[in-house]
Design a protein around this ligand. Structure first.
Ligand code: FES
Ligand code: FES
Length: 152
């Protein structure tokens, strides 16, 4: 039996009926069309499904949608504003920190969470912040440079 939940997603209030076993990742992608959140491993290993939930990055494949009832969620679709791309997105483009792009949504949301707390992180702090986000393409160096350069 479905349960009605309420969330604020990218500053927009949303009410939706979900199954008790539906993950937040599946509700975002399949019910709400927010396919910028990717699914890789679906067991909490790759970080590609990262969203920010009540200010903290989470693997949305490990969160049941019913657990997000009453929560505020930021997905990659909410990073862009009327003025254009978010500076973190611009930095990833400028530094060539994107190849296939599959990890990028999760990387950017982990980066946002870090930079909100620590606007000028060092190399180690960046690497720690993205340690739950796997990238099979870039070798990480350009991602680290992009994140460090956002507020320089
Ligand atoms: S899909 Fe969620 S951590 Fe891999
Ligand atoms: S750019 Fe391909 S997985 Fe990171």
């Amino acid at each position: 039996m479905k349960k009605l939940i309420q969330m604020t997603i990218n500053d927009t209030d949303c009410e939706i009926a979900v199954r008790p076993n539906q993950t937040l990742a599946d509700v975002l992608r399949q019910e709400l069309g927010l396919t910028g959140t990717k699914k890789g491993c679906e067991v909490g290993e790759c970080g590609t499904c990262t969203v920010i939930l009540n200010g903290k990055p989470v693997n949305s494949c490990l969160v049941l949608a019913v657990q997000a009832d009453g929560c505020s969620i930021l997905t990659i679709e909410g990073m862009q504003t009327d003025e254009g791309l978010h500076p973190i997105q611009e930095a990833f483009i400028d530094k060539g920190a994107i190849q296939c792009g599959f990890c990028t949504s999760g990387m950017i949301l982990s980066a946002k969470s870090l930079l909100d707390q620590n606007p000028h992180p060092d190399d180690k702090e960046v690497r720690t912040a993205i340690s739950g986000n796997l990238c099979r393409c870039t070798g990480y160096q350009k991602i680290v440079e992009a994140i460090k350069g956002v507020n320089e």
